[in-house]
Design a protein. Structure first.
Length: 223
């Protein structure tokens, strides 16, 4: 099955470079390109790609607002949710944290190597957030540390002890396979726990679960 991708960046050279890199993957196809956030939203609605690779800073509408609108529209039309991967640099601290809340499922840094770019697209297209690789894990930890004041911003209630363990590991940036190995449970069981956490915490995706875990301070600070 081919993964469909829309590239959104206001710099034509960046889009051209990404297009050339991604074209080498037989399972990924660029179906559209946008130079503004507004164009990205329109293409996402029209083409329903599996993934949008979105630059944060763009004219007319930035990538954060575009992501918010894409995710809201996708939620309203049902199955086939569009995953958004933000294209950014490490110095966009506030914008990156806002992007997580807007619904981004991961991040690409513009100087990442080809294998990492392709892996990120495949992970998000598969329905998971790009949390395991160090880039997103460090970002989440950095920004949630900033957001945590003396008291937790939320309290986690109504989940089982096992679900709390799973949530903690999600907050640490672990994938389903890593969680399964850590807790000595099957992948099917891990996926069931994740699905129940999404429902109980009214979370849109895995990224929101990770943020909730940090905001509730159930992830040890040493992690």
């Amino acid at each position: 099955m081919t993964i469909s991708v829309v590239l959104a960046d206001d710099q034509p050279l960046v889009r051209a470079g990404l297009r050339l890199l991604i074209a080498s993957a037989p399972d990924i196809e660029i179906v559209g390109e946008a130079g503004t956030g507004t164009e990205a939203v329109q293409l996402a609605k029209e083409l329903r790609p599996d993934v949008v690779v979105m630059d944060i800073r763009m004219p007319v509408m930035d990538g954060i607002e575009a992501t918010r609108r894409i995710k809201a529209h996708a939620a309203g039309v049902g199955p086939g949710t569009v995953g958004v991967v933000m294209l950014t640099t490490f110095d966009d601290n506030e914008n990156l944290y806002a992007a997580l809340y807007a619904g981004a499922s991961g991040f690409l840094v513009k100087d990442m190597v080809l294998d990492e770019i392709l892996a990120a697209i495949r992970v998000v297209a598969g329905g998971e957030a790009l949390l395991a690789p160090g880039v997103t894990r460090r970002l989440i930890e950095r920004f949630t540390d900033q957001a945590q004041a003396a008291e937790p911003r939320r309290t986690i209630k109504g989940i089982t002890e096992r679900e709390r363990e799973v949530l903690t590991l999600i907050g640490r940036g672990m994938s389903n396979s890593e969680i399964s190995a850590e807790l000595h449970i099957s992948m099917a069981t891990t996926k069931t726990h994740v699905a129940r956490l999404l429902a109980k915490l009214d979370a849109r995706d895995r990224v929101q679960l990770a943020i909730a875990a940090h905001e509730a301070k159930i992830v040890p600070q040493s992690d």
